[in-house]
Each structure stands twice: as structure tokens, then as C-alpha cells.
Design a protein around this ligand. Structure first.
Ligand code: S3P
Length: 171
């Protein structure tokens, strides 16, 4: 197990709506680390939203931006890094994550749906049946999240404070 004193950053992975951003911000403030969100970095660098990038340039272009962002942020020190839910779908990212301290926030499809059912900001979940889409995509990614994780934290029904404290206890 890696020791907290030796860890220069914490990288959160997990499905859309599993709480990476909320928990990441909280962890960063507890540890006095920087908080970094790969989606936010991409949006501010490109000057348009993730939805717009998907719409006008396509998912593949977004994945390239995401990979180069990950490649950069992983080198930063004293940071909590929240990644986009699809980060594990690209082999190169899985390689990069091998050198990171990776926490998978594992949530059921039901919990994810409850968290984001009113949020329309995710292009991959657009359309009528968001719950089915979540299930479908989660099925294809579950083993990737598990494979990339140093620690798995089950988050259903837990508050961000409880999740942050579980993460800190694992370090
Ligand atoms: C995606 C997750 C999103 C964002 C994009 C694609 C995915 O990030 O990167 O919409 O493929 O799961 P969040 O996990 O922060 O919602």
C-alpha cells in the first residue's frame, strides 16, 4: 500500500455522476492539495463546453484532448485529479494511470441515475432513456475501472464527507 506521505497526487476515476468532482474538491480542501478536473481544463483551454466539443468535433477529438490533458496533470504534485468518466476507455490512459494513485468511486446505475437524472450536460447520456444508457455504458466500463484502480470505494448512499474519509483511511 502506498503511504500518504509518499503520494504526490490522488486520481479519482468512475462513471459520470459518481461524485468525483464533489468528493475531489472536498479531499483537496482537507489535504490542502490543488483540485484539478480534466473536463474543466479541456473546456477552459478550448473555450467551449464538452457538449460542444462532442457536437462539433466528435468524441474521438475529445478523447485526444482528454489524453493529453491526463498526460500533463498526472505529473503535477499535491493535487487531487478528477477525471472524465470515459478516461479508462483509451489504452494509453490506462498506461498513464498505472503510475498514479487511482481511486475508483464505484456507484450502481441506480445511484448514478438518481445523482444526474436532471442534468443534461453529458452528451453520451442524451436521449429518452437515461437509465438504460447508464446501465449499458457502465457494463462496458466496469472491468476497466476495476483494472485501473488501486482502491475501490463503494459510494452508494454515502455523503461526500463519508467518501472522503473512507479514501483517507485507505491511504
Ligand atoms: C464522459 C464523462 C464526462 C465527460 C464527457 C464524457 C464519459 O465527465 O468527460 O461527457 O465518457 O463518461 P464526468 O465523468 O465528469 O461527467
Amino acid at each position: 500500500m502506498k503511504n500518504l506521505a509518499m503520494i504526490s497526487n490522488i486520481t479519482l476515476i468512475g462513471f459520470m455522476g459518481s461524485g468525483k468532482t464533489t468528493v475531489g474538491k472536498l479531499l483537496a480542501s482537507i489535504l490542502a492539495y490543488n483540485f484539478i478536473d480534466t473536463d474543466d481544463l479541456i473546456e477552459s483551454k478550448e473555450g467551449i463546453s464538452i457538449s460542444e466539443i462532442f457536437k462539433t468535433r466528435g468524441e474521438e477529438h475529445f478523447r485526444q484532448l482528454e489524453s493529453s490533458t491526463l498526460n500533463h496533470v498526472i505529473t503535477l504534485k499535491n493535487s487531487v485529479i478528477s477525471t472524465g468518466g470515459g478516461i479508462v476507455t483509451i489504452d494509453r490512459n490506462m498506461e498513464i494511470l498505472k503510475d498514479a494513485n487511482v481511486i475508483y468511486l464505484e456507484a450502481t446505475a441506480r445511484q448514478i441515475y438518481n445523482n444526474i437524472k436532471h442534468d443534461r450536460s453529458r452528451p453520451l447520456l442524451e436521449g429518452d432513456d437515461m437509465y438504460s444508457k447508464i446501465n449499458e455504458i457502465l457494463d462496458t466500463r466496469r472491468s476497466l475501472y476495476e483494472g485501473a484502480a488501486d482502491h475501490i470505494i463503494q459510494v452508494d448512499g454515502k455523503t461526500p464527507e463519508e467518501i472522503a474519509s473512507l479514501i483517507l483511511r485507505r491511504m
